[in-house]
Design a binder for this molecule. Structure first.
Ligand code: KG4
Ligand code: ZN
Length: 334
């Protein structure tokens, strides 16, 4: 690979982002315009508001990514963009910007799966060795993905109801913590106190699937019962107990899959991979198991365009190209 430069664009949810990536592993620039402040007062992402923000920000972030890289469109080899899954109105803003940019500058366009992006965030910090197992935990997804080579994604387990991040955000609401709740629960869970005990949901013995809605209901019921008794809950003890349950199940299933599939590497990805408790737990078990474990730095765990550029690079090399008929695919399969 010689000096291959990709402009990447991400707009699937509530971050408008553009980045320039060299050779699939070097971040030349990485610009993220977060909308979190606008969604906070609604306690979650409002799709219509997200689309409006993307429209306002998309050209700003693209220009900023080029400016920070000190590059012109003529320096680029391709434009990559998140094609799905995500909010359709949000996806379309990034896709239309990418198509216009590619058309105007006579560049090829590559449509990238958002989850592939999260996984390839790891390629920005270390080289990926196959076969590998990726635990993808974000606001919309919880998946165990087996990869035998670049571009090959075998989903061996996934959530049957809520995503891990979604459960974090919903429990945070019960505890009156701001949106997005994950980091707040994580912070409380680090404190020293006795945790409330909540159930672990394992499903069938050999299943790699997950379920978090029962745990969420257990937290809601606990608060309800305490309220009825006129007792005050300890948000710290609840956060700690909830996090212990999530982390134990995610860690145990990832370990069992890594053993069964005899992988050379385990990686974590997605917003919830920023979780301190989860990172510590995975690092510990895989150090004991002697399987290399990696997780990207926090700012590459949550949504960004650098990861989309990293995922697009092996696609570009494999000759995969989109065209100007590209459309948003909210339910796109990995
Ligand atoms: O990957 P991401 O930025 O967006 C999606 O593709 O969904 O993930 C966002 C999710 C939110 O649910 C947020 O609460 C969660 O990641 N999150 C965390 C932490 N940081 C972000 N969850 C637990 N602990 C954290 N430290
Ligand atoms: Zn994401």
């Amino acid at each position: 690979m010689d000096n291959q430069i990709i402009l990447a664009i991400e707009s699937s949810c509530d971050e408008t982002a553009a980045a320039i990536i060299r050779n699939g592993c070097e971040i030349v620039s990485n610009v993220v315009a977060s909308q979190i402040e606008s969604h906070k007062r609604f306690g979650g992402v409002v799709p219509e508001i997200a689309s409006r923000h993307h429209v306002e920000q998309i050209t700003v972030v693209i220009e900023e990514a080029l400016a920070q890289a000190n590059m012109n469109p003529s320096d680029l080899d391709a434009v990559a963009v998140t094609e799905g899954p995500g909010l359709v109105g949000a996806l379309l803003i990034g896709i239309n910007a990418a198509k216009a940019f590619a058309f105007a500058n006579n560049l090829p366009i590559i449509g990238v799966h958002h989850i592939a992006g999260h996984i390839y965030a790891n390629a920005l910090v270390q080289s990926m060795e196959f076969p590998l197992l990726a635990l993808v935990v974000s606001g919309g997804h919880t998946e165990l993905v087996y990869m035998k080579e670049h571009g090959s994604f075998d989903v061996i387990g996934e959530t049957r109801d809520d995503a891990a991040g979604e459960a974090y955000d919903k429990v945070a609401r019960v505890l009156d913590l701001p949106y997005p709740g994950g980091p707040h629960i994580d912070k409380l869970a680090q404190e020293d106190c006795e945790a409330v005990s909540f159930p672990r949901v394992w499903l069938e013995e050999d299943s790699y699937d997950f379920s978090f809605s029962g745990l969420k209901s257990a937290v809601i019921n606990y608060k309800h019962n305490m309220d009825q008794r006129g007792e005050k809950i300890s948000p710290t003890a609840v956060a700690k107990g909830f996090q212990e349950s999530v982390v134990e199940v995610l860690t145990a299933k990832t370990l069992r899959a890594a053993r069964e599939y005899k992988v050379k590497q385990v990686i974590a990805a997605g917003g919830v991979a920023a979780n301190k408790g989860l990172r510590t737990s995975l690092e510990k078990v895989f150090a004991e198991e002697d399987i290399p474990f990696f997780v990207p730095p926090l700012k590459l765990c949550t949504d960004n365009a650098a990861m989309i550029g990293a995922a697009a690079t092996p696609m570009f090399e494999a000759g995969i190209r989109g065209d100007l008929t590209m459309n948003g695919r909210p339910g796109m399969e990995l």
